[in-house]
Design a protein around this ligand. Structure first.
Ligand SMILES: NC(=O)c1ccc[n+]([C@@H]2O[C@H](COP(=O)([O-])OP(=O)(O)OC[C@H]3O[C@@H](n4cnc5c(N)ncnc54)[C@H](O)[C@@H]3O)[C@@H](O)[C@H]2O)c1
Length: 320
């Protein structure tokens, strides 16, 4: 088979998507691409590894040729909070980087997966059960790059026949790698706080409702949408997917059931609160369910149980 390239493989999603792809398609068939972050031992030893800057189109083309790549899972990006602080770099990596991926995919006939986000919506979007097709006027730089990315994917698909597919992912909760500077990072940090110190200070207000998903479900969704027959896909870039709609207080209560004595305080960060307030409360993912059989496996309770079990198994909070 032609090989799979995973850009941004050292990030929160790539750390788990790369081994999942290697398990499914064979270790030698999945090339992990990093940038500056040192790859973990498992990623480095688990199969081919390269490092390059996504803004360097020639380097990308060389990797595609040298490794005979036929599919690109493109995960390199700057996330929402970081993008507000470094807008020029965020535009360069998120938009020009994707442009390089799509141009190269067109030239070498590669299939592309590119994740969008709940950040592609804005304050004028319907907040509850946000429809698949609706108003997209984000007020964050990150969101603007995500809408641009969705439209670029659609353009290369329609005009150049590039098989580009995407998901609008909610905030992802995972135990392998720490999140990379998004607005929903609190949901992962809270577990570490609970296990290490039995306390956590949250930067969002207690009743800030946002969509969330456990990483295992996100990995399954990414692979499933890429394996779906093309004729079934009515919305390539990008499908709404969700698993649960949560507030910090609800997550705190669910963790407290397992960690008695866990306490929370709230010190609101105006930047991330403003971003969160501009995003929907919950997405309608009917199109993904109908078109390619999307179905999450984890709800709040099972996600909390699995997160705590995995973090404890890794020795997080052993001294408590
Ligand atoms: N994690 C989430 O909750 C979430 C939610 C919705 C959408 N997404 C999207 O999923 C994708 C991956 O997100 P993530 O959470 O894994 O992000 P992350 O911040 O954890 O990782 C991003 C990766 O991009 C790489 N990168 C940054 N600049 C680069 C450059 N110039 N050249 C090459 N690589 C570069 C970094 O090394 C890192 O490995 C992004 O498009 C993000 O917008 C993530």
């Amino acid at each position: 088979m032609k090989k799979i390239l995973v850009t941004g493989s050292t990030g929160q999603i790539g750390t788990e998507l790369t081994p999942a792809l290697r398990k499914r398609y064979g270790a030698d068939n999945v090339v992990a691409a990093g940038h500056r972050t040192k790859p973990g031992d498992a990623l480095r030893a688990g199969g081919p590894y390269v490092a390059f800057d996504i803004r360097d189109r020639e380097a990308l083309a060389k990797i595609i040729l040298n490794h005979d790549v036929g599919t690109i899972y493109h995960l390199s990006a700057l996330l929402s909070a970081v993008a507000e602080e470094q807008p020029e770099l965020a535009w360069d990596v998120n938009v020009n980087g994707l442009f390089n991926v799509l141009e190269t995919a067109w030239e070498y006939r590669c299939k592309v997966f590119h994740p969008s986000s709940i950040g592609a919506f804005g304050p004028t979007t319907p907040r509850d059960r946000t429809p698949q097709d609706t108003i997209q006027r984000p007020t964050t730089l990150y969101g603007i790059t995500k809408v641009t990315g969705e439209m670029l994917g659609e353009y290369y698909c329609t005009h150049h026949g590039v098989d580009c597919r995407g998901l609008r992912l909610p905030g992802l909760i995972s135990h392998e790698a720490l999140p990379g500077g998004g607005t929903t990072d609190y949901s992962v940090e809270m577990f570490y706080g609970a296990l290490r110190e039995k306390k956590y200070t949250c930067y969002l207000k207690p009743d800030t409702r946002l969509d969330m998903m456990y990483m295992d479900d996100a990995i399954r969704a990414a692979i499933k949408v890429m394996e779906a027959g093309p004729a079934r896909l009515h919305h390539r870039n990008a499908y709404n997917v969700t698993a649960m709609s949560l507030t910090p207080e609800e997550l705190f209560r669910a963790i407290s059931k397992q960690i008695p004595g866990f306490t929370i305080t709230y010190e609101v960060d105006p930047l991330r609160q403003a971003i969160a307030d501009s995003w929907p409360d919950s997405l309608d993912d009917t199109a993904a369910r109908n078109d390619w059989g999307w179905q999450p496996e984890y709800d709040l309770e099972s996600m909390v149980g699995d997160m705590l079990a995995n973090l404890k198994a890794r020795g997080v909070g052993e001294k408590i």
